[in-house]
Ligand binder design. Structure first.
Ligand SMILES: Cc1cc2nc3c(=O)[nH]c(=O)nc-3n(C[C@H](O)[C@H](O)[C@H](O)COP(=O)(O)OP(=O)(O)OC[C@H]3O[C@@H](n4cnc5c(N)ncnc54)[C@H](O)[C@@H]3O)c2cc1C
Length: 288
């Protein structure tokens, strides 16, 4: 298993397949002559300056930000290390009041055909299971929202194969049924590993869930839901990934003298602690 941290390498990838996961999300399957090793849950980065089609927008955003160079964007691996390399990108929407329209994700979702080549830098990131996880717990609880499902999908596929003593509860929050990324892949895992993989979809804006499969819930991840599915909150480990308060949200709130509004990550951590998870058993990845 490669270490959590080593100097990431730059290598060129070729897009061999584009899989439409939901209307605003695609998986890019990537190939390269040599792919460095990675651990499930890690990410690679892509530099928005690489693509001439958005060069003008990048320059304009840099102008808006006082000449500060735009940073690379991180994308978690959707693949487990035993599978073909793949990343999954959800288009970030423009919200009224945002400083600028999102730069890279619309291009990756709608503008990258099979055969495209571009360099990436990988791999890195501490959002991984420790090698001795089976000595620490027998239950990993995955709490994900939107594209936050990506690294946990990699982690769970890897763990089901390589950590036979672990069982998983996978609580996936989305707005509606059609927003669920990897819906079929997750259902397949649930039927392949009925004793070790429990899947819960919870939908925050789906008005009528009566036609959906049993087990689908409405609403957010509240303490009651956690108590129902995680009675062993004193020994389970939680892996959370999803939207979090961004640096600029904090800055804006500070300027206005208010507290930033908690997003998925902050409110779920508070709820995990309310039902008995200690901070040492909560691992998080923020997509802020
Ligand atoms: C470790 C990690 C892994 C990730 N993995 C994935 C993944 O697997 N899949 C995925 O889809 N996404 C993932 N992301 C998110 C991804 O890196 C990008 O943030 C996302 O794709 C949006 O990028 P963008 O260029 O489209 O939008 P951006 O151009 O970054 O804009 C996004 C929003 O931020 C606002 N904004 C940006 N800078 C400022 C500022 N200075 N002040 C005010 N507002 C600002 C913009 O107005 C816009 O609304 C991950 C993030 C991290 C940190």
């Amino acid at each position: 298993m490669p270490p959590e941290r080593y100097k990431p390498k730059t290598f060129e990838v070729l897009v061999t397949e584009v899989i439409q996961e939901t209307p605003d999300t695609v998986t890019l399957v990537l190939d390269a002559p040599t792919i460095p090793p990675y651990r499930a849950g890690q990410f690679l980065t892509i530099d928005p300056h690489l693509f001439p089609v958005i060069a003008g927008q990048v320059a304009y955003v840099e102008h808006l930000k006082g000449g500060k160079k735009e940073l690379v964007r991180a994308y978690s691996m959707a693949s487990a290390p035993h599978e073909p390399l793949a990343i999954t990108i959800k288009e970030e929407p423009y919200r009224s009041g945002d400083l600028h329209a999102p730069l890279l994700s619309p291009l990756l979702v709608y503008g990258i055909p099979v055969g495209t080549r571009f360099p990436v830098v990988g791999f890195t990131g501490p959002y991984t299971l420790p090698p001795d996880i089976e000595q620490r717990t027998d239950h990993v609880v995955h709490l994900v929202a939107g594209s936050g499902v990506v690294p946990n999908y990699s982690i769970v596929k890897d763990a089901l194969r390589n950590h036979p003593k672990l069982r998983h509860t996978f609580i996936d929050t989305n707005k509606t049924w059609s927003d669920i990324i990897f819906r079929e892949g997750l259902a397949r895992l649930a039927s392949e590993y009925p004793d070790r993989f429990r899947l819960v979809h919870t939908l925050t804006r789906h008005v009528d869930i009566s036609g959906l499969p049993p087990g689908v819930r409405q609403g957010r991840v509240v303490p009651e839901l956690l108590r129902e599915f995680v009675p062993d909150s004193g020994t389970a480990f939680a892996y959370l990934c999803g939207p979090a308060i961004a640096a600029w949200d904090r800055k804006k709130a500070l300027q206005e003298g208010t507290a930033p509004t908690p997003r998925f990550l902050e409110s779920t951590i508070a709820n995990l602690q309310a039902v008995g998870f200690t901070p040492a058993r909560i691992k998080r990845e923020a997509y802020g």
